[in-house]
Design a protein around this ligand. Structure first.
Ligand SMILES: Cc1cc2nc3c(=O)[nH]c(=O)nc-3n(C[C@H](O)[C@H](O)[C@H](O)COP(=O)(O)OP(=O)(O)OC[C@H]3O[C@@H](n4cnc5c(N)ncnc54)[C@H](O)[C@@H]3O)c2cc1C
Length: 454
């Protein structure tokens, strides 16, 4: 018997999950509070593009969506590090051609997923916001934002893909069915843009993620399909040093940007207007002790486990959630068992990526400038060549090994880091590495990785 599934949120997780559930024969209605972005452009300034890696791509491939998405994906082969005004270095993401990331516009991705889900039979009701839920009566309250009327929908079941500020999660917490807390980051972000050059071409190297690491803060820029770039400044929220608070005045912000990111601001003709108008976005890690209420309700994606964006994995992880729930549903006949099974299999992995995402912030803004870090990166790539399938850099395990659980990547990464630390205690060049010792350590301490599919 098909069930009437109520899905909250049509970001990217909601439409992908809706499509998978519709293919299982369920009747799915998605309620989304914003307008349909295929018809009404969304306001600028909120994370316009994102990087997809193997986990996200693998989910889209398995859902059969790559043919429609490929035209909107921009490949990135590595990080272009802007050290000073003119000095840059290129750090490839991996050693194999396929070890690339894909920059994609959030709106085009969401729009394409919504259209694919509609074609699979999913109904979307835009400008409808969830306003609460009564778990005893099994109903969800949804407000039509056009006329203010509140409707009730069933929980047969309801799934909250309504993001970090999830209303379904709030309702679970209010009913005493879950506890949630957030570790806010003391840094926030603001988006800026780098338009195409006058001849329509890109102003920066187009197939790289650009990073201006500056220790306590950083700027990054991701390419868009139209040759523009979306830049994001990550900076302390408050404080007397450089912070969003202390740079409130656009003239002060421009002076500071000129001294810190001179080779970026020269490509930002709209800097003053954007720095004043674009919102400062909040960042944090969310912990929710329970993601489901029997077979009635489930949280998924950011609603269950929002993380900081420094590993570029939030959406990749949410897409992995969708595939895992689909796989659990394949084995488990009832929603209750499937939700419990989903939560049990995802908890450890989502905790692991939350920790690794926080660590990656320090790496991106700081250690990429450190010569020992550069040596360790070089050494990890050399060890990967010497021990293929056994020593795989943690970054690669997270980004390019879709079959490997995050928690395994984290555990193996810790062992590998100890090997790298020991090997670079005295050596300052690759030629000075004691290969015999390091090779023995790798063989002793790391089992071969399971082959894909095992
Ligand atoms: C600056 C930044 C950069 C990032 N970069 C990356 C990256 O490179 N790679 C990556 O994988 N991830 C990245 N992320 C993380 C990624 O954006 C999130 O993990 C992802 O968007 C989560 O998807 P979601 O569908 O679960 O939630 P969302 O994308 O937040 O979607 C939730 C949807 O629910 C709707 N909604 C909210 N409340 C209600 C309600 N009450 N009723 C109805 N609808 C509602 C919202 O309007 C929205 O459309 C980044 C995040 C940030 C902040």
């Amino acid at each position: 018997m098909p069930d009437e599934v109520t899905l909250l949120g049509a970001g990217c997780t909601g439409p992908l999950l809706g499509l998978l559930l519709a293919r299982r024969g369920h009747h799915v209605t998605v309620y989304e509070r914003r307008p349909d972005a295929r018809r009404v452009p969304l306001p600028a300034g909120r994370s316009i593009n994102l990087a997809l890696a193997a986990r996200g791509i693998s989910a889209l491939e398995r859902a059969g969506l790559m043919p429609v998405l490929e035209p909107i994906l921009v490949p990135m082969a590595g990080r272009r590090i802007h050290v000073g005004r003119a000095a840059t270095a290129f750090l490839p993401y991996g050693q194999r051609h396929e070890e690339r990331l894909w920059s994609v516009g959030r709106a085009p991705l969401s729009n394409a997923l919504v259209t694919a889900a509609e074609e699979a039979g999913v109904t979307f009701r835009f400008r409808h916001a969830c306003r609460g839920a009564d778990f005893e009566r099994g109903i969800v309250h949804v407000e039509n934002l056009e006329d203010g009327r509140v409707e009730t929908c069933g929980m047969d079941p309801v799934i909250g893909a309504d993001g970090a500020g999830s209303s379904l999660r709030d309702a679970m917490v209010a009913a005493g069915l879950a506890a949630a807390h957030e570790d806010p980051l003391d840094h926030a972000y603001r988006e800026l843009s780098i338009p195409p050059a006058a001849d329509g071409g890109p102003r920066l190297e187009p197939d790289a993620l650009h990073i201006w690491p500056r220790g306590g803060f950083m700027l990054i820029a991701l390419p868009n399909a139209d040759h523009s770039f979306t830049a994001t400044l990550f900076l302390a929220r408050t404080g007397p040093g450089a912070s969003f608070e202390s740079l409130g005045d656009p003239a002060a912000a421009r002076d500071w940007f000129n001294s810190e990111f001179g080779d970026a601001i020269e490509h930002m003709p709209d800097f003053d207007a954007e720095f004043s108008a674009n919102p400062v976005g909040h960042l944090g890690t969310l912990f929710v002790d329970r993601w489901h209420v029997d077979g009635k309700a489930l949280l998924i994606g950011d609603a269950a486990h929002a993380i900081v964006p420094f590993h570029g994995q939030g959406l990749n992880c949410a897409f992995e959630d969708c595939m895992r729930l689909d796989a659990v549903l394949e084995q488990q006949g009832d929603w209750s068992g499937a939700f419990a099974g989903f939560e049990a299999t995802r908890r450890e992995d989502t905790r692991a990526i939350a920790r690794m995402a926080l660590e990656n912030y320090v790496e991106m803004r700081d250690t990429v400038r450190d010569p020992r870090f550069a040596l360790q990166k070089e050494l990890s790539l050399a060890l990967e060549r010497r021990h293929p399938g056994r020593f795989v850099p943690r970054y690669s395990m997270v980004m390019f090994h879709a079959e490997l659980p995050y928690s395994v990547a984290e555990r193996r990464g810790a062992i590998q880091q100890r090997i790298l630390d020991e090997a670079t205690t005295t050596a300052t060049r690759l030629e000075a590495i004691d290969w015999e010792r390091v090779d023995a350590e790798v063989r002793d301490r790391l089992a071969p990785l399971p082959a894909a599919g095992q």
